[in-house]
Design a protein around this ligand. Structure first.
Ligand code: NAD
Length: 305
């Protein structure tokens, strides 16, 4: 079995590459422009790495030729970055996805998995979030992810491509960078705590998230690749936990064994207030995957830090 991971030098992609190789996948190819990812994430991994952009259709087509599945993760993966530069976000995420699907169609690859996001639920207050609820994107990033899944699922109807769109919630774990302005909350809090700085909490800290350990995400994607799983509807890839940022800080303190001071700053534009997945579909489609709980996942992440 051969798999192409776009964005495979990033956080989720490099964990996935390692996981697929450990599970005996024959060849893992990676196409990544290293805009937010790093080739260091691929150290010691036997992958075929091509540095390039999904916006370059010719090189994309070349690396797509002959694989069994494409796992499309390449994107500018950030709400605030999309607010600063919506056009760049649209190009990488929406046009980029269309390119990935077109390349698969042209070279005859039959199975494509795409990464959407819980941000598509946006201002819809219903909890937990079911795949059949209305989406109400609040940022250009969320719109680009809605387009990502829309295109993938439309290719299923229009061209018979087997497609699967996962809505990732908040994925965390080893390899997630803390050292940039758009870092995710867990590495940001850990980095502050371990370097003696206060954790910066945007808003009151009562906003909630459904955190999923990266290896759980990899295990689900591995099953989807093995079984060439497709679906006419998106699938939440999270397990229905609901943790406020303040509760997360309590868990981090418990794991580190010392108090972490907190500093509240202004809420972030385009941020959703509460997020929790209805996890019935992911459990039904991938019954063999048992998610790792937050406390255990934090322990693994702290160990990597
Ligand atoms: P990441 O930034 O670590 O990985 C994205 C990768 O895509 C990077 O390696 C980057 O260099 C690459 N990339 C960006 N533009 C590219 C282009 N034009 N051509 C080729 N490569 C390009 O982010 P991540 O957290 O690993 O996210 C992976 C995917 O999951 C993204 O699509 C993101 O939107 C989605 N997602 C992630 C989360 C999360 O919690 N991490 C949540 C929801 C959705």
């Amino acid at each position: 079995m051969n798999v192409l991971i776009t964005g495979g030098a990033g956080f989720i992609g490099s964990n996935l590459a390692r996981f697929l190789l450990q599970q005996g996948v024959d060849e893992v190819r990676i196409l990544d422009d290293l805009s937010t990812g790093s080739s260091e994430n691929l150290n010691n991994l036997k992958v075929n790495f091509t540095e390039g952009s999904i916006l370059n259709f010719d090189s994309l087509k070349d690396v797509t030729e002959g694989v069994d599945s494409v796992v499309h993760l390449a994107a500018i993966p950030s709400v605030p970055r999309s607010i600063v530069n919506p056009r760049a976000s649209h190009e990488a995420n929406t046009t980029g996805t269309l390119n990935v699907l077109e390349a698969a169609r042209e070279v005859g690859v039959g199975h494509v998995i795409v990464a959407s996001s819980s941000s598509v639920y946006g201002s819809n207050p219903k909890m937990p979030k079911s795949e059949f609820d209305w989406t109400r994107p609040m940022s250009p990033y969320a719109v680009s992810k809605q387009a990502t899944e829309g295109y993938a699922l439309a290719y299923q109807y229009s061209y018979g491509l087997k497609a699967l769109a996962f809505r990732f919630f908040n994925v965390y774990g080893p390899g997630q960078a803390a050292n940039h302005a758009y870092a995710a909350v867990i590495p940001k809090f850990l980095d502050a705590a371990m370097n003696g700085r206060p954790a910066q909490v945007q808003g009151d800290g009562e906003q909630s998230r459904d955190f999923t350990y990266v290896e759980t995400v990899c295990a689900v994607i591995h099953q989807a690749v093995l079984n060439q799983t497709s679906s006419p509807d998106p699938v939440n890839l999270a397990y229905g936990t609901n943790t406020t940022l303040l509760a997360l800080l309590d868990d981090i303190e418990a794991e580190l064994g010392f108090r972490v001071s907190r500093e509240h700053t202004v809420p972030r534009a385009g941020d959703v207030r509460a997020s929790q997945a209805d996890n019935r579909r992911v459990r039904e489609l991938f019954p063999s995957v048992e998610p790792l709980g937050l406390k255990d996942g934090l322990a693994m992440t702290v160990e990597w830090f």
